[in-house]
Design a protein around this ligand. Structure first.
Ligand SMILES: Cc1cc2nc3c(=O)[nH]c(=O)nc-3n(C[C@H](O)[C@H](O)[C@H](O)COP(=O)(O)OP(=O)(O)OC[C@H]3O[C@@H](n4cnc5c(N)ncnc54)[C@H](O)[C@@H]3O)c2cc1C
Length: 314
């Protein structure tokens, strides 16, 4: 199968959506390809069916700090509501609802992994198990280490990409019966193996049929145990979570671990995007500017602006 578009964006996270949305609004033909199952990348929500009803866990981005008024307005427009316990905004019924709402009307193909990029007759050819895609301009909004692997170590942008540092994050999702302890809504302690613990069910618009928790291990603990199996990670993290919240491991209704290999930017690039505009290749994502969802959005928006300026001038 071969498909073509003026611009192809790889990645349906916030950076890819910001870029594609601005290009589509300017009338450009743009398509997003993403290897994941759902729209949103690291702004992710996992739904689980229990006998008592459906529950969910925000196992990636937890909340949106209200750093800038325009971004907060944009997110409110996409349905975000305040989580008073963290004085921050969250998606309802889950964080992934925000990228989904912001991507309305865009052409997005999930489950499409791109494993190779090449040039042919002045166009990019993107290929992978799902087939071949051709575009005049390619935008990669995937984590910097993955972008470096895709382009190869000899690519002129590989050295700049290697300077970006991203930390892993082991995440545990656990649900307990509704009458279980709820000692806090969220707790942050960089000195603990579980650096962040959130009572997911305390966020607005979540199911009341279980008390749900999301625990994130700090970077050192995550790196130390990264290659363990999900079962081993669960066995390590569940007792730590239970000690922190005063619950019994055997009372858990559901437990699952998730491994984010490239979770949080530790050393960003320092500019909103990287690329070779003339060759029609641009790279961006949160890692350009910082570790937050808003950084991803700013990067994607800056790429779209640069592409529009370049093509308008040409
Ligand atoms: C555990 C955790 C907690 C976080 N907490 C917060 C928080 O509380 N607040 C906050 O603001 N931010 C938080 N963040 C950071 C926030 O999630 C990110 O900054 C933001 O979502 C990054 O968006 P992005 O578009 O740059 O990248 P991503 O969301 O990672 O999107 C990249 C996409 O590219 C796809 N992809 C990768 N390689 C390929 C390929 N070869 N082919 C096709 N598709 C590919 C992936 O499937 C993915 O969907 C957290 C992140 C994690 C992991």
């Amino acid at each position: 199968m071969t498909c073509a578009a003026e611009v192809i964006v790889i990645g349906s996270g916030l950076a890819g959506i910001a870029c594609a949305r601005a290009l589509a609004r300017a009338g450009r033909g743009v398509m997003i390809l993403d290897k994941g199952r759902g729209i949103g990348g690291r702004m992710a929500t996992r739904r689980v069916s229990l006998a008592s009803g459906e529950i969910s866990f925000d196992h990636g981005a937890q909340y949106l700090p209200m750093r800038s008024a325009p971004f907060a307005e944009l997110m409110r427009g996409a349905g975000a509501r305040e989580w008073p316990d963290a004085a921050a905004l969250v998606g309802v019924p889950g964080m992934s609802q925000l990228p989904r709402a912001l991507a309305t009307g865009l052409e997005i193909r999930q489950g499409v992994e791109i494993t190779a990029l090449s040039r042919e007759d002045g166009r990019w050819v993107l290929s992978g198990p799902a087939g071949e895609f051709r575009a005049r301009h390619v935008v990669l909004t995937i984590p910097a280490p993955q972008a470096r692997r895709l382009l190869g170590p000899a690519h002129p942008l590989a050295n700049a990409l290697a300077k970006v540092e991203m930390h892993p994050c082991l995440t545990l999702m656990a649900a307990f019966p509704p009458d279980s302890p709820r000692p806090f809504a969220q707790r942050s302690d960089a000195d603990q193996p579980l650096a962040w613990i959130a009572q997911n069910s305390s966020k607005p618009g979540r199911s009341a049929c279980a008390v749900t928790w999301v625990a994130q291990a700090g970077p050192a603990y995550s790196a130390q145990h990264l290659e363990r199996s999900p079962e081993e990670i669960t066995a390590l993290m569940l007792p730590l979570l239970c000690t922190a919240i005063g619950a019994m491991p055997e009372h858990a209704l559901h437990v699952r671990a998730h491994r984010w290999r490239y979770a949080l930017t530790a050393r960003p690039l320092g500019v909103p995007y990287l690329g070779d505009m003339a060759a029609g290749l641009t790279l961006g994502g949160d890692w350009c500017l910082g570790a937050r969802a808003e950084d991803a959005w700013q990067s994607g928006a800056a790429i779209a602006k640069a592409i529009l300026e370049q093509t308008d001038a040409g």
